[in-house]
Every structure is written in C-alpha cells, then in structure tokens.
Ligand binder design. Structure first.
Ligand code: NAP
Length: 248
C-alpha cells in the first residue's frame, strides 16, 4: 500500500527563508528531507535539525544547483541515503536586479542559471527516478513577477516565467507515469531576499496587496505541502499564487 512508503523530499535552497519553511512543513507531513544549500552550512544544519525534531530523517547537502555536477551530487547523496526521491521542490533562487539598459550579461546569466537552469537540471534527475517509481511530485517556486513582469527584474522575471513553461511541459511529459508538476507563485514574502528592498518600494508593493500584508515563508510552505501530498495526485500543470491577491 502506498500509505506505508516512507517518502523523501529534496528541497533546493532549504537553508533559509521559504526553503526552510518548506523543509519543516514536509517533515511535519512525515517525509524525510534533503536540505540543499549553496553556502550557508550552519543554517542548513539548523533546518535539518528542525526537520529531525518532527521525527523524520534529514540531511544537509551543499551543492550548486546551477551546475550538472552539483545536481548529480545532490541526487546521488539523496538516493544513497534514502533510496528514493518522491518530492522535488525547486526553490533555490537569487536576484541580481537592474534595469534592462544597465543589466549585465553576467547578471542575466547568473539568475537564469540558478533559478531556471538549476530547476531543469534537478527536474531531469528527478524525472528519471520518479518515472521508475511511477510516483513523484515536482514543485517549482516561481513568482508573481513571472506572471506580471517587473521593472528592474527582467532577468528574474524571465527565470520565473520560464519555470512556469518548464512546469507545464513536465506535467505533459510525466503525467502518464504518476508524476505531477506544479508551480507556486509567491507574492511578497518576508525573507532575506526582500529585506534589502527600500521602504518606498515595500510601501508601493503593499498598496497592491488586497489582503493588506506581506506573506510569511510558512504561507508558501503550506501550499507546497498541499501539492506535495499524495492527495494532490490529480492536480498537475498548475500555477498556485500565494500572494494575498496581488497577481489577479
Ligand atoms: P533567500 O532567503 O534568499 O534564500 C535563497 C535560498 O537559495 C538559500 O537557501 C540559498 O542557499 C539558496 N541558493 C541560492 N543559490 C543557490 C545555488 N546555486 N544552489 C543551491 N542553493 C542556492 O530566498 P527566499 O526569499 O526564501 O526565496 C526562495 C525562493 O522563492 C526563490 O526561488 C525566490 O525567487 C522565490 N520567491 C521569493 C519571494 C519573496 O518575496 N521572498 C517571492 C517570490 C518568489 P544559501 O543559504 O546557502 O545561500
């Protein structure tokens, strides 16, 4: 019976912010968790500890998801430790904001490589495993900016829009094998990524949110946990906005 299978989740960028909240939410739902990170080793270990406190196993794995070698290391470590991968959450992301006229090729590439290519490389590894298992959930963290665009974030918005195209394509390619692919598009969530924005920008964003407040990492994590559950097996190719109504 599928209920007896011990599920395993890989969360990229699980050391901080939304990724950490996702790791803890999946651990709460009973999954073993692989906490991926780029450089914040102690934060990643802390996330793994928070997961372990939920009674599951969790490990932290340093790997740069923007590279093939990094993704290979991540998935090899996960399968060696847990034997399977049931859930992939493509959460790792960076920003390098600037107006198009000033945006460098280097900053364009850096954002696309981490946010979009990283998700493709991880999804490719996950697809091989999940198709054999005839079970899987691939969830990619897009953004309202990927749906609406944003001045000063052409690289980031392109990467997040790209994740939506990737998600819908994965849904069509993998659906017949019991693997779903969905995107979650957060609005403004209070994390390290958004703390650096000037107050005037924050005020402007706040004025566009019908619910009248910024989101918490846990708000996004709840949506991810829903889509990662076995019960969400008939939902695929969707973009779920968690944005206080900002993108509608
Ligand atoms: P954050 O606090 O800046 O955390 C980013 C995470 O990504 C960290 O765990 C970081 O690892 C990891 N990371 C970065 N580059 C990586 C790489 N090459 N390989 C592996 N891991 C890497 O960001 P956040 O606000 O939680 O955002 C998480 C995701 O949600 C991102 O995809 C972001 O674009 C998206 N999102 C955020 C918001 C928001 O308002 N915050 C809104 C919409 C979408 P280290 O800790 O090791 O550096």
């Amino acid at each position: 019976m599928s209920e007896q299978i011990q599920r395993t989740a890989i969360v990229t960028g699980g050391s901080r912010g939304i990724g950490r909240a996702v790791c803890v939410a999946l651990a709460k739902s009973g999954m073993n968790v692989v906490v991926n990170y780029a450089g914040s080793a102690s934060a990643a270990e802390e996330t793994a500890q928070l997961c372990a406190e939920q009674g599951v196993q969790a490990i932290a794995v340093q790997a740069d998801v923007s590279t093939e070698q990094g993704c290979a290391l991540l998935f090899d470590t996960a399968t060696n430790q847990f034997g399977r991968v049931d859930v992939l959450v493509n959460n790792a992301g960076i920003t390098r904001d600037n107006l198009v006229m000033r945006l460098t090729e280097e900053d364009f590439d850096a954002v696309i490589n981490t946010n979009l290519k990283g998700a493709f490389l991880c999804a490719k590894k996950a697809a091989r495993i999940m198709m054999k298992q005839r079970y899987g959930r691939i969830i990619s963290i897009s953004s309202v900016v990927g749906v609406r665009g944003n001045a000063g974030q052409a690289n980031y918005a392109a990467s997040k829009a790209g994740l939506i195209g990737l998600t819908k394509s994965l849904a069509k390619e993998l659906g017949s094998r019991g693997v779903t692919a969905n995107a979650v598009a957060p609005g403004f969530i209070d994390t390290d990524m958004t703390k650096v924005l000037p107050d005037a920008v924050k005020e402007n964003i706040l004025s566009q949110i019908p619910l009248g407040n910024f989101g918490k990492p846990e708000d996004v994590a709840a949506a991810v946990a829903f889509l990662a559950a076995e019960q969400a097996g008939y939902i695929t190719g969707q973009v779920l906005c968690v944005d206080g109504g900002m993108a509608m």
